[in-house]
Design a protein around this ligand. Structure first.
Ligand code: ZN
Length: 567
C-alpha cells in the first residue's frame, strides 16, 4: 500500500468540506452533488461520497480521492497536495531528509539492476535487449537492468538500506511470510525525473507469466502519470528542435533516440495526464504524437491530445503505417521513414476529423450518429474557442449537416461521457468491478478474475487490486485510489460510486459474474469445440469426434444452467 501517512491523512480529511470550498454542494442520496469545476457544467454532475472518500464527475469523467481533487484544482503535485492536507489535519510528514534518503536508495536499486544485467543470470535479458537492437551503450544511457528470477535477490543485495525503505519505494512487497521482491525475471527500465535521478522502475516480463509490464505503485518519489520517460535525456534536444515527439513505450523512446530523434519522450500509456502536459509545456510548445495506429485513435489517446491542447501546446499527430510502432519503424526502415512520418503529421483537429472518416461510414445515418456521439464525448473537455470553432465547422462539413445544428447537438446533453446514475443498466463488467471494490463479490470467484478479461482502461485497477489481494489484503476503493494514475483513479471513483440498488445483492453480483465472465468464456470454448468438431469430421476421427461432441453437449447443458439463473 502507499505509505501509511497517506492513509492517515485521507482518513482525517473531510472530503465534503474540502470540495465544498470550491463547489457548492447539496445533499443527494448518500452523498453530495455540485457543479463540476473541471468542465463547463450547467447541471450538477459532480458527486461526492463522504462514506467512500471519493468524488466523480458524470459529465467529464474526472474523479478520485481528496488528494486527487486538490492536485487537480490547485495544480499541485502529489507530494505538494499531500503536504498541504497533512498540515491542515495535523499529521506530521517525515521531512526532506527522508526524500534524499529515498533518492539514494533508488539510485542503489538502479545500480543493482544494472549489475545483474551484466551478471551470468542476466543472459536472457541481454539477449532480449540485443535482439531488439538495444546495445550496451544504450543500457548505460537509459539505466537498463535485470531483476533476477528470485524472491529475495534485491532484498538480500540491498538489505543495508532497510526493508522499510525498499517497501516504501515499491521494490519489495509484503506477503504472508514476509517481504519479497516485486520484480522477478524482468528486464528493468529505470524511470528518472527530469533531473535524471532514478525515482521508480518498470519491469518487462521475459516469459509468459504475469503482466507484460509491471510498475512500482505510487511512492513518495513517484506518482503515476507525472513523468515522461526519457525527458531527462531529451530535454535539451526538445528545446533545441522546438518540438517533442511523444511515443508510448520505453523501447519506442530508446529506438528513436538511437535513430537520431533525441527529442522523443514516452508517455508510458496512451492516457496522458495534465501533469505530463504541464511538464512538457516547460520545454516546448509543440508536440508530435507518434503512437501506433490503433492506440492513436483510441478514446484515451484522443482525450490525452485534448489535455495537451488545453495546456497550450500545439498538437500534431503522425500517422504510422498499419501495424508499425515507432520502435519497429525506426529499426526496420531507418530514420528516413521516421522523418517522413513525422513530417506528415496533422494538426489535432484534422487528425480527429480524419479518424472519424476512417472509423465510421459517414454515408449512413448510423455512421453520422456514431461520429457525432464521439465528438460530443470530447466536447466538454475542450475549452479553446478557436478549436471548438474549427471542430464544429469541420464536423458539419464532414456530416453534410447545417453547422448550427451540429453546434446545438454538441452542446446538448444526450449521451453523457460516462454512464451516469440516471441511465439504467450498467454493464456487467462495471458491476463486477463495483462489487469487487465493495467487497461483495463471492470470495471463491476472485481467483477466476483475469486482468486481460477487462477492458484496457480498467486493467490497472484490477491488476493492483489482485496484487494486494494475493498479499492478503482486500483494499477498498479509497485505499486503492492512492496507488493509481489519475485516469485509472477516475474510473475507480466512477465504478465505486455507481448508484445501483438490488433487492438481492449477492444474486446481482453472481449474475454480473456470469454475464461478464463465465458465459463469454463458455461461448469461446464452444466456438473452439465447434471448429475442432468440424476438423475431426473432415478427418474421420470417430473416437475423437465422440469425445468432442460429449464435451460440447456438456457445455451446452452448463450454458443452459447459467442462463436459467436469470429466469
Ligand atoms: Zn466534470
Amino acid at each position: 500500500m502507499a505509505g501509511p501517512e497517506v492513509g492517515e491523512v485521507k482518513s482525517r480529511v473531510n472530503i465534503v468540506e474540502l470540495i465544498g470550498r470550491y463547489v457548492t454542494l447539496k445533499p443527494a442520496g448518500k452523498g453530495y452533488k455540485g457543479r463540476c469545476p473541471f468542465h463547463p457544467d450547467d447541471t450538477p454532475s459532480l458527486m461526492v461520497s463522504p462514506e467512500k472518500g471519493l468524488w466523480h464527475c458524470f459529465g467529464c469523467g474526472a474523479g478520485g480521492d481528496a488528494i486527487g481533487f486538490l492536485m487537480r484544482i490547485e495544480r499541485l503535485s502529489f507530494p505538494e497536495a499531500l503536504a498541504r492536507l497533512a498540515q491542515e489535519v495535523g499529521v506530521e510528514l517525515r521531512g526532506g531528509g527522508v526524500r534524499n534518503e529515498l533518492l539514494v536508495a533508488c539510485a542503489a536499486a538502479a545500480e543493482y539492476f544494472a549489475r545483474e544485467l551484466r551478471a551470468p543470470a542476466g543472459k536472457q535479458a541481454r539477449e532480449y535487449l540485443l535482439s531488439r537492437g538495444i546495445g550496451e551503450e544504450e543500457w548505460k544511457r537509459w539505466g537498463l537492468g535485470y531483476a533476477p528470477d528470485r524472491w529475495d535477490g534485491l532484498l538480500k543485495a540491498l538489505a543495508r538500506l532497510g526493508v522499510d525503505t525498499l517497501a516504501e519505494l515499491g521494490l519489495v512487497v509484503k506477503g504472508e511470510r514476509g517481504y519479497y521482491d516485486r520484480f522477478r525475471g524482468r528486464v528493468m527500465f529505470t524511470l528518472r525525473d527530469d533531473q535524471g535521478r532514478p525515482v521508480a522502475f518498470a519491469g518487462r516480463a521475459l516469459g509468459e507469466a504475469g503482466p507484460k509490464y509491471l510498475n512500482v505503485p505510487n511512492t513518495p518519489l513517484f506518482t503515476k502519470g507525472t513523468l515522461l520517460y526519457g525527458l531527462d535525456v531529451a530535454k535539451e534536444a526538445i528545446r533545441r528542435r522546438g518540438r517533442a515527439v511523444l511515443v508510448e513505450g520505453y523501447t519506442d523512446v530508446i529506438s528513436l533516440h538511437a535513430a537520431g530523434f533525441q527529442e522523443a519522450v514516452g508517455s508510458m500509456g496512451t492516457a496522458l495526464t495534465e501533469a505530463q502536459a504541464r511538464l512538457l509545456a516547460r520545454y516546448t510548445d509543440r508536440v508530435v504524437i507518434a503512437y501506433d495506429r490503433d492506440a492513436a485513435g483510441s478514446a484515451a489517446s484522443l482525450r490525452g491530445m485534448v489535455i495537451l491542447r488545453e495546456a497550450g501546446l500545439r498538437v500534431e499527430v503522425a500517422q504510422l503505417p498499419e501495424g508499425e510502432d515507432p520502435d519497429s519503424l525506426a529499426r526496420g526502415q531507418g530514420p528516413e521513414a521516421v522523418t517522413e512520418v513525422l513530417e506528415g503529421a496533422k494538426p489535432f483537429h484534422r487528425f480527429f476529423l480524419d479518424s472519424l472518416t476512417e472509423r465510421y461510414d459517414l454515408a449512413t445515418i448510423e455512421g453520422k450518429e456514431g461520429a457525432l456521439a464521439e465528438a460530443k464525448e470530447l466536447w466538454p473537455r475542450i475549452r479553446s474557442l478557436p478549436l471548438r470553432e474549427e471542430l464544429a465547422r469541420g464536423l458539419a462539413e464532414l456530416l453534410s449537416l447545417p453547422e448550427e445544428e451540429v453546434r446545438v447537438a454538441l452542446r446538448g446533453r444526450g449521451r453523457p461521457v460516462l454512464r451516469g446514475p440516471e441511465e439504467q443498466g450498467p454493464e456487467a463488467e462495471d458491476l463486477v468491478l463495483h462489487f469487487l471494490l465493495e467487497g461483495k463479490l463471492p470470495e471463491e470467484a476472485i481467483p477466476d478474475l483475469e486482468v486481460r478479461d477487462f477492458r484496457p482502461e480498467y486493467r490497472p485497477i484490477v491488476e493492483r487490486w489482485l496484487e494486494l489481494w494475493r498479499a492478503g489484503e482486500a483494499p477498498t476503493a479509497e485505499e486503492l485510489a492512492s496507488e493509481l494514475d489519475p485516469e485509472s483513479q477516475a474510473h475507480l471513483a466512477r465504478l465505486s460510486l455507481l448508484e445501483v440498488k438490488f433487492t438481492d445483492e449477492a444474486r446481482a453480483a453472481s449474475d454480473a459474474l456470469v454475464h461478464f465472465l463465465y458465459l463469454p468464456r463458455l461461448e469461446r470454448r464452444l466456438a473452439e469445440l465447434q471448429e475442432e468438431i468440424t476438423r475431426a469430421e473432415a478427418q474421420g476421427g470417430e473416437a475423437e469426434l465422440r469425445q468432442l461432441e460429449a464435451e460440447y453437449q456438456e457445455l451446452c447443458r452448463r450454458r443452459l444452467k447459467l442462463l436459467g439463473r436469470r429466469l
